[in-house]
Ligand binder design. Structure first.
Ligand code: C2E
Ligand code: CA
Ligand code: CA
Ligand code: CA
Length: 288
């Protein structure tokens, strides 16, 4: 149950793997001890690992990019889900050090992939709202890119809509400065937050990511179908790329394709994989 079961829950036996229930885990793990252990993990650095989930062109079966997803191997508790520790990292400010680690590590993996001939893949990095509060945010992104020779257009920063709500003017200016360096911007979990369509005019975003909650209900709910149809329409009108997340079935793929969304990500193609497994997966795609 390597990557789907994010952590082992005490009392479920030695192979006890649990589904994705962060609230359950926090009842076993005291929040304060997570915070302390996270601080220690940040200091040590070797408890984190990056997993990669391929982003696919559904028609050709080629990968266009990889979303970078952090994993925390807790020395005693096993895998702890980012849904559990990222919010704590954000509240405590540890997110800054964690994101730095992610950026550096991801850039080193990009260089390794390029050396293997996979030099066309964009890396999707999740950044938290707090990253944009800091005056040195641009430098923190640019230095690792330069260090590993990653062209800026191969970095795709995934930001959540909620970020766009706070302190809009300064965020607009900062995202624009980041875009001016050539880095790509995707709006993550599109449609789930206090989405203000008006903002789309003001950010030069490259792409919107259709949230997996809509994809999950495709084929079951007329509403989700209509929402995805509307989001694809928005993407087309704003000349943005669009990708659907959480694609698990051939039926979802088929409907998305009919709706005009051709880029997809989800368990149907691949789960998030550790680096070696990612390379193996990429070797099975037509273009490599
Ligand atoms: P997200 O950015 O929305 O990432 C997508 C999540 O959906 C990932 O969970 C991924 O493993 C999962 N997923 C992918 N395909 C499918 C599918 O077909 N079905 C289902 N049910 N799920 C799928 P993960 O890796 O546990 O990450 C959870 C969240 O933690 C991410 O949501 C993101 O908000 C955050 N996160 C992960 N890595 C990082 C990181 O390096 N930095 C920051 N700031 N946040 C991160
Ligand atoms: Ca994301
Ligand atoms: Ca998402
Ligand atoms: Ca999410």
């Amino acid at each position: 149950c390597a990557d789907m079961a994010m952590y082992q829950v005490k009392g479920q036996g030695k192979n006890g793997c649990a589904a994705f229930l962060p609230h359950m885990q926090t009842s076993y793990l005291n929040r304060l001890s997570i915070e302390n252990d996270l601080r220690e993990a940040v200091k040590q650095g070797n408890q984190f690992e990056l997993y990669f989930q391929p982003q696919m062109e559904a028609l050709t079966g080629n990968a266009t990019g990889l979303e970078v997803l952090i994993r925390w191997h807790h020395p005693k508790e096993g895998m702890i889900s980012p849904d559990v520790f990222i919010p704590i990292a954000e509240e405590t400010g540890l997110i800054v050090a964690i994101s730095d680690w992610v950026l550096w590590k991801a850039c080193s993996h990009f260089a390794a992939l390029s050396a293997l001939g996979f030099d066309h893949l964009r890396l999707g990095i999740n950044l938290s709202p707090r990253e944009f509060d800091r005056s040195d945010f641009l430098e923190r992104i640019q230095v690792p890119l330069e260090e590993f020779g990653v062209p800026p257009q191969f970095l795709d920063i995934e930001i959540t809509e909620s970020l766009l709500m706070k302190d809009v003017e300064s965020i607009v200016a900062r995202i624009q400065r980041l875009r001016d360096t050539g880095v790509h911007i995707s709006i993550d979990d599109f449609g789930t937050r206090y989405s203000s369509l008006n903002y789309l005019r003001r950010f030069s975003v490259n792409r919107i990511k259709i949230d997996q909650s809509f994809v999950r209900d495709l084929g079951l709910s007329q509403d989700s179908y209509a929402i995805i149809q509307a989001i694809v329409g928005i993407a087309q009108n704003f000349k943005l790329n669009v990708i659907a997340e959480g694609v698990e079935t051939a039926q979802q793929l088929e409907i998305l394709h009919q709706l005009g969304c051709n880029e997809m990500q989800g368990y149907f193609f691949s789960r998030p994989l550790p680096f070696e497994k990612t390379v193996e997966f990429l070797k099975t795609t037509p273009q490599h």
